[in-house]
Write a new protein. Sequence first.
Length: 123
Amino acid sequence: MFTLKIGGVDMPSPDLDSIEVGYDDLDSENSGRGEETGIMIRERIRANVRKYPMKWSAIKGSEVAAISSAISAEQFTVIILDPITGSDKTITMYAGSRTVKCIAPATTYADSVFSFSVQFIEC
């Protein structure tokens, strides 16, 4: 089962086929190709910084509000499945760009259905 907790609170499960975790290495400003040799000189300062794109194709407005509130802080704690280890991992993250689209309006925001996407990026 896929786990997603933000700040210790269970969140709705995202579309599992939308999760394509990226792992980036961060290099110092001293990294680059030598002007004379063209050889890469790399000074890696951090490896495997995770990026989790998340998408919910059809969730209620109340769930969008709960997720949005949970990710509104500058950074937050996420418990999520790490595909490399195959186990849940606690990661401090922040929210990248968010996209919300109403796909089935109802009489109230809470009952309307939305698609929602966000990228969680490791701090």
